[in-house]
Design a protein around this ligand. Structure first.
Ligand code: EPZ
Length: 420
């Protein structure tokens, strides 16, 4: 297995190009199941999770052609509708194929995704909504067996909790349903917005895009033609590199980024002392030498994103004072804490609240990545730690960060990718 070797206390300088959003790409790839034509997708990030979902589609019989500036997906050749455990166990977002396969073919088997490191992550809300739309759902030997022989029916659905992939799944199911579906308490993340915008631009009228109430006018079983589109920039990748600028007190520019998706993240970085220069598609961070402590509560978009919690926790170790970080979405999303403590961070955990008593001089050592965003928190800590840090199990990082080592190297980080 590979590991990252990072020399600490390095200032950075230059520009990092942000890749397409992993969490927009996944539902958009699943959406191709609704298309009767080949779909050209530009700006897909080169990360493991994207390749996993494309592999899942090819296992069903679809074709995926990787061209230099796009991937062309043709699902007209799908011959089977079972997403097997071997793939789903490596990426729980495979559940995103459930809605579109059921809508198009009337039957679908998807392995239960199971939990993951950060929490149980149930999918009860996905299944309940599909049943409301007329699907018959059984759980058998670890698989979801879903059928809707007469197609899915539009209805009024209200999610008991806001769920990002749940919203995407139901929007895609409703796209081919018979009638008009309303979805209340829908997720408003930019990644869900793009899915709705692409469907709306290609024959599935959707009202309320970007709000918590979506109205989807189904095509009554007719597949759609989807014109070429480009995936939006990854706001979490961007936020991660902004934290790299803040924690190393380096001026960094990010290109191919949409600042409007980063409102809560920029606001919290400003609270901690940074200032920014924004243009249409770039963000430059001007970090402060003295980092101020911060209070953070993770919530659904547009509030502060849970996917940035670990990165800000690492940054908070460099703040002069006490920071409080509360994780409200997942029950076990503080596994980076013990690794940061091994580097010298002074953090106390009380349930889902982390108290960081900054400022801590971190020291390089061997640490282990435990999940995607925890891995990026360890990279940030390593950049500002005394000495060398070796970050093991970086396959977690490869799931969601496109060429992280190369991007940091380009702006001056002393970082190597080696094999154990
Ligand atoms: C998406 O996961 C993202 N993944 C996650 O990003 C992100 O952390 C999460 O949304 C929250 O923003 C993708 O988009 C592929 P949820 P998702 O359903 O959809 C509960 C990353 O680092 N819930 O919005 O699985 C659930 O337990 C990943 O890129 C139910 O109870 O998250 C959680 O507490 C990690 N029942 C809350 O809702 C359900 O049926 C939010 O989960 C569904 C969810």
């Amino acid at each position: 297995m590979d590991y990252l070797k990072i020399e600490g206390i390095k200032s950075l300088n230059g520009t990092i190009k942000i890749s397409g959003a992993k969490n927009a790409s996944l539902p958009l790839i699943a959406m191709t199941i609704l298309a009767k034509n080949s779909v050209h997708i530009k700006n897909l990030p080169s990360v493991v999770d994207i390749n996993t979902l494309l592999k899942l589609l090819t296992n069903l019989g679809a074709s995926c052609d990787f061209l230099d500036d796009r991937v062309v997906v043709d699902t007209s050749t799908i011959t089977q509708t079972k997403a097997t455990y071997d793939i789903v166990k490596t990426m729980r977002a495979s559940i995103l194929v459930l809605g579109p396969i059921l809508a198009r073919f009337g039957h679908c088997e998807v392995s239960l995704p199971g939990g993951c490191a950060i929490g149980q992550r149930p999918i009860d809300l996905h299944l309940k909504a599909l049943e409301q739309m007329g699907a018959i759902i059984n759980i058998k030997s670890g698989y979801i067996e879903a059928s809707a022989p007469n197609g899915l029916k539009a209805c009024n659905i209200s999610f008991d909790k806001i769920t990002v992939t749940g919203t995407a799944n139901i929007v895609m199911a409703a796209a081919l349903a018979d009638g008009i579906t309303t979805l209340t308490n829908a997720a408003r993340e930019p990644e869900v917005v793009q899915l709705c915008e692409v469907l709306n631009a290609n024959g599935v009228k959707i009202e309320g895009i970007g709000t918590a109430v979506l109205t989807i006018h189904g095509t009554n079983g007719k597949c759609i033609d989807i014109k070429e589109f480009s995936v939006i920039p990854d706001r979490i990748e961007a936020g991660t590199y902004l934290c790299a600028g803040a924690i190393t007190r380096s001026e960094l520019t990010l290109s191919n980024v949409q600042a409007k998706h980063l409102g809560a993240v920029l606001a919290k970085l400003e609270e901690m002392g940074s200032t920014f220069t924004l243009t249409d598609d770039t963000v430059t961070i001007h970090p402060s030498w003295d980092i101020k402590p911060v209070k953070i509560v993770t919530q659904e978009y547009p509030a502060f994103p849970t996917d940035m919690q670990a990165q800000f926790l690492a940054l908070a170790t460099q703040a002069d004072g006490v920071s409080i970080i509360e994780e409200r979405l997942f029950e076990n999303r503080f596994m980076h804490v013990s690794e940061l403590q091994r580097m010298g961070a002074d953090i106390t955990l009380n349930g889902n609240i982390a108290t960081v008593n900054g400022k801590n001089q971190l020291s390089g050592t061997d640490v282990m990545a435990t999940d995607l965003r925890a891995s990026s928190a360890l990279v940030l800590a390593a950049l500002v730690a005394n000495g060398t840090t070796n970050i093991h199990r970086i396959y977690h990082l490869d799931r969601g960060y496109d060429r992280l080592k190369e991007k940091l190297e380009m702006v001056g980080a002393k970082i190597q990718r080696l094999s154990e």
